[in-house]
Design a protein around this ligand. Sequence first.
Ligand code: LLP
Length: 408
Amino acid sequence: MNLENDQYLIQGIPLLDLVKKYETPLYIYDSSIIKRQIDRLNKAFDVPHLDVHFACKALNNINILKLVNQWGAGLDTVSIQEIWTGLKAGFDPSRIIYTPNCVGVDEIEMALELGVQINIDHIETLEYIGHHHPNTKMCIRINPHVMAGGNENISVGHIDSKFGISIYQMPLVERLVKTLGLKINGLHMHTGSDILDAGVFSFASDILFDVAKKFPDLEFLDFGSGLKVPYKEDDVFTDIEELGVILSKKFNDFCKDYGRKLSLYLEPGKFLVSECGFFLVKTNVIKQTPSTVFAGVDSGMNHLIRPMLYNAYHQIINVSNPGGKPRVYNVVGYICETDTFASNRVVPEIHAGDILCFKNAGAYCFSMSSNYNSRFRPAEVLIHEGTDMLIRKRETIDDLLKNQIEVI
Ligand code: LLP
């Protein structure tokens, strides 16, 4: 997004024109940013085979998935529904990794039937597959016992986490592999999201290499994600180019010792799509109380819950008044409980009717939205090759009621 003559533009299209055409609240995605991020990853790593799988939990519109597929990435999925969406988007099953947690064997069976690469983080499930599908190749998700991630909810590789099979249980896993003849073709770890310290990747990768030595038939090692993107100006972020150099060297050294060239898998969500997204809302009211000036907008925690759930920071731009004098606001939603997007935020003066834009609205924003307070979820627009396209209609009252059964 750039500012020219007091107008914010994406791929040359003024945001205010998009608001006129599609109304608010509105999610907008700039496809060129996703492509740029995929290219950056491919350039940063110097290994025989890098395979990027997009963690589609971050943004699951089928059009985004189709573009990601066209641009050569695979898909990281966590549910059968994500697999179905990926297949509908045209991904070959072999390009889809399925990393479930705490799902029942009925769902695992469905995934096996579809032929995707499964990634198991539960010992009993390993045994189940060994007994019922002895020839299936599978990946194991380890828990390396590393504390990493921007906050507690998104730190998933530590000792108290429900994810992964503990590295201390590897002797048991090895016993099962031998006894049941399990075909382990990959090892995986994912320690958290928004990892602030890049050293953590390097440290955790040594643990993965160590475990990998015990499995002679590997085809790939999956390092998960957690790549941190900037949310504020001057924010810390993962230096992907530096990480690429460090991890590539370690990986290539490992492959030499291992005696075979493996593929290096990554499964970024935020890194690929966080910065491509812009969420446009309209200011309904400016409300002054004894302590605070509130800007109340036509959205809330039902559409963008990250600030309320994780205290996440999303930059806010006044699209209608870029040159306005800076003032201090609490930007809040219209929901019937406290839903604060930002406190004490300096924004160019906001008037009722002004259009505000939340940045970094591509990852975990629409995909975590809900119908709380019986509000419609927003429309989504893709800007691709200089053209804006509606890729999800705004909901209507019929959508809200369509699965309700009137029995009274
Ligand atoms: N792989 C696995 C196994 C994951 O669980 C996740 C994210 C990813 C990859 C992608 O991680 P990323 O590159 O996006 O950091 N809703 C939270 C983030 C939850 C992440 C869950 N797992 C947020 O909005 O910050």
